[in-house]
Design a protein around this ligand. Structure first.
Ligand code: GLU
Length: 291
């Protein structure tokens, strides 16, 4: 861990305690010194350019949440920083583009971003348009309601037809919840970001928000007790990193990076400094799927 902007004595004390109490730059984002890559690869192009454009979320606490400095922070952002560092690109040379769920395939196809790291479930439909490295985490869909609501206990509670649920266009939870609804047009409210769903829950224009458990946990952690998770996870959402469909070398490179960080401490550190603040149990990184 490299510490910046600290007086030396304070830095020594902080290092001795093994915690970071002042301006911190994690080892995870320490760039490799002039790594070399095969000519013509995306890795070579990005490394030479000393720049990478990362599509991520800007409104999701713990994964990608834009801070006062204008930059997103969270587990996805840490994963992106590690990939950049392995390309020899420092964290301050990463350009982040807000990438809501619905546009993720499109921005990869169009090349407006180099990678998408955005709570992005790997599935066959998406693989028709892009390729995924990973998974690097496996979430599961769940439901969040207002803390004082005991009328919804799981997805089956929507079958009666009188409850409204909010999710995000182009997301897997929005698609999955449909099979539990009696009247999709009346019950399903879709926005482009989860924050808008949370606002609708607060305003009581919807009764629930559904998406991945860890995204909902992030909103709950910021809600001062206003919301709660109910039931259990009812899907599997393996998170991958979106790259161009035909870029097998870049995908293999990212898979190599994910495999090495699973055991060298960087995955653990990325978790602990982000999601770990709410969920301290570090997950074991899932095996990458080199399909
Ligand atoms: N992981 C799910 C998906 O990729 C939900 C989260 C999101 O919309 O980013 O659709």
């Amino acid at each position: 861990m490299r510490l910046k902007n600290c007086v030396p004595l304070a830095a020594i004390a902080v290092l001795a305690m093994g915690v970071a109490a002042c301006g911190e730059d994690s080892e995870s984002s320490e760039p490799r010194d002039k790594p070399s890559f095969a000519a013509g690869t995306t890795m070579e192009r990005l490394s030479n350019a000393q720049k990478i454009v990362v599509g991520t979320k800007f409104d999701q606490p713990l994964f990608g949440l834009k801070g006062l400095d204008g930059k997103p922070a969270g587990f996805d952002v840490e994963i992106a920083k590690i990939i950049a560092a392995e390309l020899g690109i420092p964290a301050d040379k990463i350009e982040y583009k807000e990438t809501p769920s619905q546009v993720r395939e499109q921005v990869v196809e169009q090349g407006t971003v180099d990678i998408v790291v955005a709570t992005y479930t790997i599935n066959d439909k998406r693989k028709e348009r892009i390729a995924f490295a990973g998974p690097y985490y496996v979430a599961g869909q769940q439901i969040m309601v207002r803390a004082d609501d005991s009328s919804i206990t799981g997805p089956d509670s929507f079958k009666a037809g009188d409850k409204k649920v909010c999710s995000v266009s182009g997301s897997t939870p929005a698609a999955n919840i449909k099979s539990y609804l009696q009247d999709e047009a009346a019950q399903l409210v879709l926005f482009d970001t989860y924050q808008k769903c949370v606002d609708a829950l607060k305003a009581e224009t919807v009764d629930a928000v559904t998406t991945d458990n860890v995204i909902l946990s992030g909103f709950i952690s910021k809600s001062d007790g206003a919301y709660k998770l109910i039931g259990t996870k009812f899907t599997e959402e393996p998170y991958g990193i979106g790259v161009k469909k035909d870029d097998a070398e870049f995908r293999a490179f990212i898979n190599d990076v994910l495999e090495s960080i699973a055991t060298d401490g960087r995955y653990e550190e990325a978790w602990k400094t982000t999601v770990g603040k709410v969920d301290p149990e570090v997950p074991s990184a899932p095996a990458v799927d080199r399909y």
